[in-house]
Design a protein around this ligand. Structure first.
Ligand code: F0G
Length: 535
């Protein structure tokens, strides 16, 4: 008997019931490598081959022996897990190691400062908050410089060394005041008041956030507004700043949005006895967020061409680029940063998932020196972040990734290629059923063709209810003892994110399962689907 079945369900009962409809509400009691074990009614363990990989958080599989041993050692040594507001040399070592790898992959040597957090969404929110603090500070620095310029104009008017040109009044749409001896002083005051009013109006506008259509960056109140899926986002639209979404492969739309949203601040300059209006770009853009390979959105890699355009356009608009490597990073595509292969360079990076080695819950936000604001560290914190246990385990993960000249990265690439070859083979055998195979390394997806017009009523209904991918996953679990999941925002796509230890034999097992599923879809034979009643 499953341990939870004796009491009524209080832990997300609705979700549990929904999982039950696809036979996915099974309990796993043990995990090792790419295998999870579930117990049957008679108490025997059944191995399940895990291609879901903890939503991509298990680059070394479940309970990797070296990571488990390190965790044991830390507990045995009574490592002080929570010693906030003290020196954390292990966190510094971790940040330094991340820097070393980021520098190697991106070809730079600019420092990236680390803020640790506890989940992916939290690292994204740390990046958003930092970017907003930086924007607000840039804005107030600009306004201070403008105020100093206005002051110089006042002095020049008082000393009678400069006059306000008619063009200034024309441009501002206000009249020149007075006719007396102190005309120039009154003129500067009128201009200063109008400039102040306009700048204040500009400064009061909310920051502009940009993200890609299909993107996923978390479900907390800030990050969910940058997540494209409307179902997740719209009920909470009033809680966080809204983003503008850019369609994939449409740099022209990005360019349009950047132009539309950009704004200016006005100032006064004294030059050759004249006071002139000067305009400068207002810091309106808080951040542009992207995933190098969209995960939840259906395993969709960003093209190098679009990536290059995004980099150039955001740089020109002084819009900080936040690269969300939460799912694509940590070696999954053969590099710590999948974006480094696209030639992208982030102002910010977010890493999570495998950073904790499948044991610790940890994440990190990295910000480059040019954008770094020291004040951030005094206004952002978390009880649990930067704890010794997580930092030491993350250091172990990096050690395993970097060992033997980066063998793990090569393994991710090689195992990913083997898995992709198999998926391509399935697609070639079932072009009438499989729409596309996408992804890179060990972040792969297979999209089925839309079944909403299917002859078979069960298959058609599953497609209409949005449960299609879950029904397929339920069948693969019960008929083949393999765990897979659809991408939640694109449920016709099954995702495969196993560990670097995935074997040829396991890939062959998945091939048999997918061949079976494709046969069922080709023949519209839902009676062959194994969807048991809830356990
Ligand atoms: N960013 C990306 C690219 C993600 O894939 C996720 C989570 C997050 C941010 C949020 O991280 O869950 O730790 O707060 N993706 C999960 C998934 C939900 O389906 O792979 P979190």
């Amino acid at each position: 008997m499953n341990s939870g079945s004796a009491v009524s369900e209080l832990a997300e009962p609705h979700l549990r019931a929904l999982l039950a409809t696809a036979g996915l509400d099974v309990e796993y009691v043990r995990g090792e490598g790419d295998t999870l074990y579930r117990t049957g009614a008679d108490g025997t363990e059944t191995p399940v081959l895990d291609f879901a990989g903890g939503y991509g958080s298990l680059i070394f599989g479940h309970n990797h022996p070296e990571i488990v041993a390190r965790a044991h050692q830390l507990l045995d040594e009574r490592s002080p897990i929570h010693a906030q507001f003290s020196s954390h040399p292990y966190a510094n070592r971790l940040a330094a190691e991340l820097n070393r790898i980021v520098h190697r992959e991106t070809g730079t040597d600019e420092p990236y400062y680390a803020t640790f957090a506890n989940s992916g969404a939290e690292a994204i929110e740390a990046a958003l908050k930092h970017a907003e603090l930086d924007r607000v500070l840039r804005l107030s620095e600009a306004l201070e410089e403008i105020a100093a310029g206005v002051e110089r104009a006042r002095e020049a008017a008082g000393a009678g060394t400069a006059t306000v040109t008619g063009a200034v009044f024309e441009r501002l749409g206000i009249g020149r005041p007075g006719t007396g001896r102190r005309d120039e002083e009154a003129a500067v005051e009128a201009v200063a008041a109008e400039i102040g009013r306009r700048n204040a109006e500009r400064a009061a506008k909310p920051p502009v956030f940009l993200a890609l259509e299909g993107g996923f960056h978390g479900k907390l109140t800030g990050s969910v507004q940058l997540t494209h899926n409307e179902g997740y986002r719209t009920p909470f639209a009033a809680l966080g700043a809204r983003a503008r979404f850019v369609p994939r492969d449409r740099p022209d739309v990005l360019e349009e949005i950047l132009a539309e949203e950009s704004g200016t601040l006005l100032g006064l300059a004294v030059e050759d006895g004249e006071m002139r209006l000067v305009e400068r770009a207002a810091p309106v853009f808080c951040a542009f967020l992207l995933e190098p390979i969209q995960g939840e959105g259906g395993i969709r890699p960003l093209s190098a061409e679009f990536a290059g355009r995004i980099q150039a356009l955001t740089e020109a608009a002084d819009c900080p680029l936040v690269i969300d490597e939460i799912q694509s990073g940590m070696g999954r595509t053969g590099a710590l940063l999948a974006s480094s292969r696209l030639g992208l360079r982030g102002d910010y990076y977010a890493l999570a998932k495998s950073l904790g080695g499948g044991i610790a819950k940890t994440s990190v936000m990295l910000v480059r020196n040019a954008r770094y604001r020291a004040q951030f560290e005094l206004v952002h914190s978390s009880t649990f972040a930067k704890d010794s246990f997580s930092c030491h385990l993350a250091l172990k993960v990096l050690e395993l990734l970097e060992a033997d000249g980066g063998r793990a990265y090569r393994q991710a690439e090689e195992r990913g290629a083997a898995l992709e070859t198999m998926l391509d083979k399935v697609r070639a055998a079932f072009p009438d059923v499989v729409e596309e195979v996408r992804g890179k390394g060990l972040m792969l997806g297979l999209e089925f063709q839309d079944q909403s017009g299917a002859e078979d009523a069960v298959i058609r209904d599953a497609a209409h209810s949005g449960l299609f991918g879950y029904v397929i996953a339920g069948h693969i679990l019960h008929a083949h003892a393999i765990r897979t999941f659809p991408t939640a925002s694109a449920v016709n796509t099954l995702r495969f994110e196993p560990s670097i230890l995935i074997t040829d034999e396991s890939i062959e097992r998945l091939e048999r399962a997918l061949t079976d599923v494709c046969g069922i879809l080709r023949e519209q034979a839902s009676q062959r689907l194994a969807i048991p009643a809830s356990e």
